[in-house]
Structures are given as structure tokens and as C-alpha cells.
Design a protein around this ligand. Structure first.
Ligand code: FAD
Ligand code: NAD
Length: 396
């Protein structure tokens, strides 16, 4: 047929919002829309620190994509993207090929290891439902092994590399989970050690210092030992080696030291910085009128010329705008420029505790924890309405 083919790669925050907006704006037979995703479910990356530590069930962090889109309007293809051929306007999947007139790339980022030896081999990362299952099972297994296997003395040592928002949120859940695990496996809680190692001079570098201090105080009281201002130099089968030469022995190392763009992007020949593409004001890859890149794979600069950090919040706004721009382009109308509207930052510190900076105001403790729930439920409402909030929401 001669109607334009729109292909969306990835059904994360950016991809789902783009698909839903296209479904809403396009008229009957105005375009064919195909959404490709590795799994038949969408997951809430922003929840993953909880199922990773075992403080929430995995089923609360995912939803079938068929519940979020109208499959009469959008073709859902469950497959893994292997290659993007920009000049041929084709996408190579593990089990087929798709051609496109418009492409929206929303494949999400990948853990960045900065070439630090051993990290890829010996550390686990919080990126997907599958990676989270591994972490959760691994942690429980250390407790199960502790009484019967004396081969390691560092069974109950846990190292989290990086105290950015992911590291802080995970370490908080882990600290919350430990008492229950100790009880279940008859382990003395004093034998458990959680270390959070951060290279920068402060945890949550760049965030409000008062809130950072509050977060470190809450987490220290929960039993977390911080090592701030010292980088992890290497990961080994026995734990990590710090830049100072100090070794922390641990049977569990979780790396939350940063993310980069998806390797498929640079393999496609786009010019990248840490795997991310500096998109134009309409969210297109420079030099390609019909290819949009959003979410963790895009680089957008604020008016002061600094890149916005990759968040779900910006990915969602980009998803909506790029869908509108694709529709405008099909109709020969003018596209709109992307302007990020920052709604604030809310980070969980475990049960009943959080920090938030919203609209120039600071919040901490219980009230911030309620804000976090509101933010999560707002997202569930946006993509799935009240039914999704009722099924997946965490209420008071
Ligand atoms: P993603 O949401 O990662 O989606 C990418 C999708 O593409 C996935 O469905 C994946 O399965 C699919 N995919 C990947 N590769 C392929 C392939 N080759 N073939 C087919 N499909 C593929 N941000 C916030 O704003 N607030 C928060 O509170 C927050 N909390 C976070 C907590 C944690 C623990 C983490 C790790 C991140 C958090 N973030 C948060 C960041 C946020 O999750 C990301 O910025 C956001 O998910 C990016 O959206 P995206 O659409 O680019 O990619
Ligand atoms: P990040 O890049 O924000 O933080 C990584 C941290 O690891 C940094 O503080 C960095 O200094 C540290 N680090 C790097 N190399 C190190 C080394 N060798 N040794 C020790 N520490 C090292 O990554 P993230 O925390 O995964 O966050 C990714 C994105 O997702 C960010 O944009 C963040 O804002 C967003 N996010 C937001 C929330 C929230 O809003 N609640 C939660 C999680 C993530």
C-alpha cells in the first residue's frame, strides 16, 4: 500500500507514549503503525529497585502491552531488534525485517561500565525484569547458602557501585529487605554489611545538598555504609577494588554507576556521545528527516547548554511530541519544537521515606514518600487509566 509506515522501536516510557499518541491522532488508514519490543510486556523501569531488592513483587512492575494499545490500530511485534539500516529504511529483527517511512527509536539505554575491568563479568545491573529477577534470586541465595557453605566469608557483604538516584533507591530497598531475610534464614543482622561506593565528592552529585544529607542520614541509620569520593577501579570474583587500593570483599556487587545509549544506535552509524544522539529541535537524528530518537538514546540540551539527564519524565514528553511531529510531517503541517517541562525530582529512600524537589520546594520523609506514590500512580493513570492504577498501584 502507499500509506506511510511508521515503526516504533521499544515499548518503554518513550515508545508507549508515542504509540498511544499516534493511535489517538491518526485517522483511519492514514498510516500503518508497528511497535516492536523484545517482550510482550512493558515494565516500569522506575520501580525496578523494589523487585530487585525483593521488597515488591515483580508483577507490580510490568503490564502486558496489549492492555495499553489498541491492536486494531497498532501492530505489536514481539522481537529483538538486531540492526537499524538507516539508508535502506529497514530494521533487521532476530526473525524478520521491517521497512519504514518513519522510524521512532525508543530502545532505552544500557549500563555504562566506563571500561572498568571485571564489571561486565562480576557485577549485576538493574535494567530489566530479567536482570532484576537475577539480582533478587542471587541475594536470597546468599542467605540460603550462608549456614551450609563456609567457602566464602563475604556471603553477606553487598556492594552497590554508584550513589546516583538508582544506587540510592536500590540501597534503601536492600536495607529494608535485610531484616526479613535475616529472620527467614536465621541470620544475625549484625553479620550483614551494605556498602554504597560513590566516586564523586558527594552522593547524588548535583542534587540539593540538604536533601542529600537527609538521604545519607536515613540510609546510614538503616545500616548502609557509604564510601564517598572514591571510585571503584575493578570488580573481581571476590568483590571490588577501590581507587585507593582498598578491597571490599562481597559475594554480591550491583553496578548503578551510570547508563549510556543503546549500542545499536552507534552501530547504525549515527554520531553519538556515550551512545546518545544529539537530536534536532524536533527530536530527529541530524541529517535524517524521518528518524526520531527519544528517551535514553537522545541528547537534549537545556537553555544553559547542559544536557538534561536521561529520565522517564523526559522520555514521556518526547514520546508525545515526536508522535505529533510524525503526524504533522505526514500531513505536510509544521512540526513543533521540543521544550522540556521539568516537573521535579522525587526519589524513594525505602519504606515511608523519600526526598523530593518539586517546583522549587523541598520535601522529605513521609510526605515525600506519598509524593513518590502519586508520581508512580500518575504514570499508571496516563498509560492505562484507572484500571491499571487499581491493579498495579501502591496505596497508602
Ligand atoms: P526504556 O523505558 O528503558 O524502554 C526501552 C524498551 O526497549 C524496553 O521495553 C526494552 O525491552 C526494549 N528494547 C531494548 N532493546 C531492544 C531490542 N534490541 N529489541 C527490542 N526491544 C528492545 N526516571 C525518572 O524520571 N524517575 C524515576 O523515578 C526513575 N527511577 C529509575 C529507577 C531505576 C532503578 C532506573 C534504572 C531508572 C530510573 N529512571 C527514572 C530512569 C528511567 O527509567 C529511564 O530514563 C527511562 O526508562 C527511559 O525510557 P526509554 O523509553 O528511553 O527506555
Ligand atoms: P547516574 O549516572 O545518575 O549515577 C551514577 C553514579 O555513579 C554517579 O554519581 C557517578 O559519580 C557514580 N560512579 C561512576 N563511576 C563510578 C565508579 N567507578 N565508582 C564509584 N561510583 C561511580 O546513573 P543512575 O543513578 O543509574 O541514573 C540514571 C538516570 O536515571 C539519571 O538521569 C537519573 O536522574 C535517572 N533516575 C532518576 C530517579 C528518580 O528520579 N527517582 C531514579 C533513578 C534514576
Amino acid at each position: 500500500s502507499s500509506i506511510p509506515k511508521i515503526v516504533i522501536l521499544g515499548a518503554g516510557y518513550g515508545g508507549i507514549l508515542a504509540a498511544q499518541r499516534l493511535q489517538k491522532e491518526l485517522n483511519y488508514n492514514e498510516a500503518d503503525v508497528t511497535l516492536v519490543n523484545r517482550h510482550d510486556y512493558h515494565y516500569f523501569t522506575t520501580h525496578l529497585h523494589m523487585p530487585a531488592a525483593g521488597t515488591d513483587s515483580i508483577k507490580h512492575s510490568r503490564v502486558n502491552i496489549s492492555k495499553l494499545i489498541d491492536e486494531f490500530k497498532i501492530d505489536l511485534v514481539k522481537s529483538t531488534v538486531k540492526e537499524i539500516r538507516v539508508r535502506d529504511k529497514k530494521v533487521i529483527l532476530e526473525d524478520g525485517t521491517l521497512s519504514f517511512d518513519y522510524l521512532i527509536i525508543a530502545l532505552g539505554g544500557e549500563p555504562e561500565t566506563f571500561g572498568i575491568p571485571g564489571l561486565a563479568e562480576y557485577a549485576m545491573t538493574i535494567r530489566s525484569i530479567n536482570s532484576v529477577r537475577m539480582i533478587r534470586q542471587h541475594i536470597e541465595y546468599q542467605f540460603a547458602l550462608y549456614k551450609t557453605d563456609q567457602s566464602r566469608s563475604d556471603r553477606l557483604n553487598f556492594v552497590v557501585g554508584g550513589a546516583g538516584f538508582s544506587g540510592i533507591e536500590f540501597v534503601a530497598e536492600l536495607a529494608d529487605r535485610i531484616p526479613a531475610l535475616c529472620k527467614e534464614y536465621d541470620v544475625d543482622p549484625n553479620l550483614v554489611h551494605i556498602y554504597n561506593v560513590e566516586a564523586a565528592p558527594s552522593a547524588l552529585p548535583g542534587f540539593d545538598p540538604e536533601l542529600v544529607e537527609y538521604a545519607m542520614d536515613v540510609l546510614s541509620k538503616k545500616g548502609v555504609t557509604f564510601k564517598i569520593g572514591v571510585a571503584i577501579r575493578e570488580a573481581t570474583p571476590n568483590g571490588v577494588v577501590l581507587a585507593t587500593g582498598e578491597e571490599i570483599e562481597a559475594a554480591t556487587v550491583v553496578w548503578t554507576g551510570g547508563i549510556r545509549g543503546n549500542r545499536l544506535i552507534e552501530a547504525a552509524g549515527f554520531e553519538t556521545m556515550r551512545g546518545r544522539v544529539k537530536v534536532d529541535e524536533y527530536l530527529r537524528a541530524p541529517g535524517y528527516d524521518h528518524i526520531f530518537i527519544i528517551g535514553d538514546n537522545s541528547l537534549v540540551f537545556n537553555p544553559e547548554g547542559r544536557p538534561y539527564p536521561p529520565t522517564a519524565q523526559i522520555a514521556m514528553q518526547q514520546g508525545v511530541l515526536c508522535a505529533k511531529n510524525v503526524v504533522a510531517s505526514i500531513r505536510g503541517q509544521e512540526m513543533k519544537k521540543f521544550v522540556f517541562s521539568h516537573k521535579g525530582t522525587v526519589a524513594s529512600l525505602g519504606k515511608g521515606e523519600a526526598i523530593a524537589s518539586v517546583g522549587g520546594k523541598k520535601y522529605k520523609g513521609w510526605i515525600a514518600a506519598q509524593l513518590k506514590k502519586v508520581v508512580d500512580m500518575r504514570y499508571q493513570f496516563i498509560i492505562g487509566g484507572i484500571p491499571l492504577v487499581l491493579r498495579k498501584g501502591r496505596f497508602l
